[in-house]
Design a protein around this ligand. Structure first.
Ligand code: TDO
Length: 187
């Protein structure tokens, strides 16, 4: 069985669904296979694996980026529960600058989203006790961490009331006041 590779509205952001091999015990699935994922257009090397747990539904993390030269591509999946995962194009030379795409990722649908460098990333949990796993192409560099207000990009979040956000995310700069560091020569 092959990986299912699907394009999104934004060039460079792709959805990958690896097969699951089920039997009486449950299932087995390869969540990362270097050769196959590189064939699908992903980079060969990742330098950090992250595990994020949110206790409650309606928890919103984002919108985040790490500025160049420390920019991160992210391969995101949901291991328990469900999320609504969003990427916003902030590549300055892009025809879709400022546009967003969203995909539901869940334990059930086993989808993964590849979000290259040059995008904001964020997600909203759609269930309590949701776990998200993601690989990053660059290690975390706190000084290069950037946050844009989740409600300033025109994203149609499927909220259940006011979201639970971190202090940092709640006091982020608006997209209209943001000057992207993702200059054309980077792409
Ligand atoms: C992101 C990150 C955080 N931390 C620490 C810093 C802080 O003390 C604590 C929580 O950090 P944050 O509040 O930034 O965590 P969080 O809001 O979950 O940030 C994440 O959001 C999603 C949407 C992303 O795309 C990720 O790249 C990352 O930015 O974890 C690390 O040690 N390494 C990391 O890679």
């Amino acid at each position: 069985m092959d990986l299912l590779i699907e394009k999104t509205e934004l060039d460079g952001v792709i959805c990958i669904t690896p097969p699951r091999f089920g039997d009486d015990r449950g299932y087995f699935s390869e969540t990362w296979n270097q050769e196959r994922f590189v064939q699908a257009g992903l980079p060969r090397d990742f330098s950090q694996d992250n595990h994020s747990f949110s206790s409650h539904l309606n928890t919103l993390r984002g919108l985040h980026y790490q500025a160049p030269p420390y920019a991160q591509g992210k391969l995101v999946r949901c291991g328990r529960g469900r999320i609504w995962d969003v990427a916003v194009d902030i590549r300055k030379n892009s025809k879709t600058y400022g546009a967003w795409t969203a995909t539901e990722l869940s334990f059930e649908n086993r989808k993964q989203i590849w979000i290259p460098a040059g995008f904001l990333h964020g997600f909203l949990t759609l269930e309590d006790e949701t776990e998200v796993f993601y690989k990053c192409t660059h290690p975390y560099v706190p000084a290069a961490d950037g946050v844009i207000a989740w409600d300033s990009c025109g994203i149609d979040w499927p909220l259940a009331g006011a979201p639970i956000v971190s202090e940092k995310d709640g006091s982020a700069v608006a997209f209209s006041d943001f000057s992207s560091p993702f200059e054309p020569e980077l792409f």
